[in-house]
Design a protein around this ligand. Structure first.
Ligand code: MF3
Ligand code: CO
Length: 257
């Protein structure tokens, strides 16, 4: 069952989303060559405390996976998603993906951003741009009356049209009182299929896009998903409410992706 959110609930989700967006901007400014991914996680944890928010991620343990040990996911280069922050030092040319979620007043916000550390080579910037464009192609379809397959198909078409591949092992999701609610939001599929979109639905859409093979491997830490061929991967995510007036991106403030 897809939960429809009331206007009062959407108010809370807007506030959750605003915090996510503000904190991601702050982390992005910090992410310079020489900084470790663990330091970014500490800064994120500090912000959660200062704003009296809870982490969506810390301790999360879906279906027997080990409890996620951080408040932030930091995935570098061939790491697709769910990279665990630690001692890794960021270097010029890395493509860093930050994925972050908070709970405000019982409601989750979830967003991810990708950016190069310093200057990155052109193919990496092309991948970054195509991934962000595919996210927006999907968001554009989030209007009442469309079907979920219209969203999925728009993402897939944008990615494949740019010559990149879509990761199929992970999907977006409904979001609200839980971080992951029905429906699943795949980044591939056929238009005109799936549940009809209605005002009050809130979806986290998150294309994961690879330079080479779409095939994924998960490291021994039980979390870090990497490309099977070691080529670069990119990921953007927004939490989006479907309204009478069209899509409203909840995890966006001035300066955000
Ligand atoms: N934002 C991700 C998602 O949508 C991250 C969740 S995994 C976690 O699924 F362990 F970090 F929580
Ligand atoms: Co998500």
């Amino acid at each position: 069952m897809i939960q429809l959110k009331s206007e009062r609930e959407l108010e809370k989700m807007r506030e959750a989303g605003r915090h996510v967006a503000e904190i991601l901007l702050l982390l992005r400014e910090m992410a310079l060559p020489g900084v470790t991914t663990g330091e970014l996680n500490e800064a994120a944890a500090h912000e959660l405390g200062a704003r009296k928010l809870e982490s969506s991620f810390l301790g999360y343990s879906p279906g027997g996976a080990p409890a996620y040990p951080a408040v932030l996911c930091t995935s570098v280069n061939e790491e697709i998603v769910h990279g665990i922050p630690g001692d890794r030092v960021l270097v010029e040319g890395d493509l860093l993906k930050l994925d972050f979620g908070v709970i405000f007043s019982g409601f989750h916000g979830d967003s991810a951003v990708a950016f190069p550390i310093g200057e990155a080579p052109e193919p990496v910037l092309g991948l970054q741009e195509a991934t962000l464009r595919s996210l927006y192609a999907g968001v554009e379809q989030m209007v009442p009356g469309n079907r979920l397959g219209d969203v999925s198909n728009a993402v897939q078409t944008a990615v494949e049209g740019a010559g990149f591949t879509i990761v199929r092992d992970f999907v977006g999701h409904g979001i609200g009182r839980s971080m992951h609610e029905p429906p699943q939001v795949p980044n591939f599929g056929r238009g005109g299929r799936g549940p009809r979109l209605r005002p009050g639905m809130v979806l986290a859409i998150e294309p994961m896009v690879n330079m080479g093979t779409a095939e994924v491997e998960v490291l021994d830490d039980g979390w870090t998903a990497v490309t099977a061929d070691g080529e670069c991967s990119c990921h953007f995510e927004h939490t989006v409410a479907i309204t009478q007036k069209g899509p409203q991106i909840l995890t966006q403030v001035a300066g955000s992706h």
